[in-house]
Design a protein around this ligand. Sequence first.
Ligand SMILES: [Zn+2]
Length: 246
Amino acid sequence: MEPSFSQRVKEQLAAAEIKKKCCRHTADDCASLGSSVTGEDEASALAAIYGRCRCEGCRGVLLRALFLRHGTVADPAKSYQLDLSFRGEDEAAAARAILGDCGFSFGEAHRRGRPVLTLRSAESVGDFLAFIGATGAAFDFMNAKIEGEFRGNVNRQVNFDTANIAKQLAAAEKIAHAAEALRTSGRYDSLPPDVRAAAELREANPQLTLEDLGRLADPPVSKSGMRHRLEKLLEAAEDGDADPKE
Ligand SMILES: [Zn+2]
């Protein structure tokens, strides 16, 4: 089976080289957090290690250990979510205090009775991953966010255009019905020539905007001029009056 996004991030993190001496000390400290450590012990151990951190790199190493031990991160193509899942409230509270001190504001949740600390935005997940040294994964989140926003904009534009075209076609259909009714009742030919010409342009080009229809008129007419003529046609159809008011 393909390793998950989370597994790949963890493999990269576990293999990353730690350069500074103080940070290597922190890494050794973190290694003492064995799998047999109980929740309560882990809470005090985390606080003790954090107290010995010398630099930003040390703090990154400690948070990296927290993530390797408790974390999962979703594939940014699917969702923006990073979780740290703990056995007990004490260790979760200790971790949350340290994370907050490092500038990461995790939300709290419970899943299957276990406390879970969670980040739910591309930006916060990306920042956290960068802080713990998972630079590639941090970029994946930033890119996913940018692509997502781009797709959102395109979709909004498409929806907007579709709505406008639908409105356009509905309006054209209304004109066609009005013209047809006037023809059936024999009143069409007594309409002013410019109104008839406008109606015929509309019927022949239901997809065009009023502005484009106006350009096709002979002589060309403005968008509002075209609207005015088509309104006269509608009024004539509604009135049952062969001579629409000027
Ligand atoms: Zn350090």
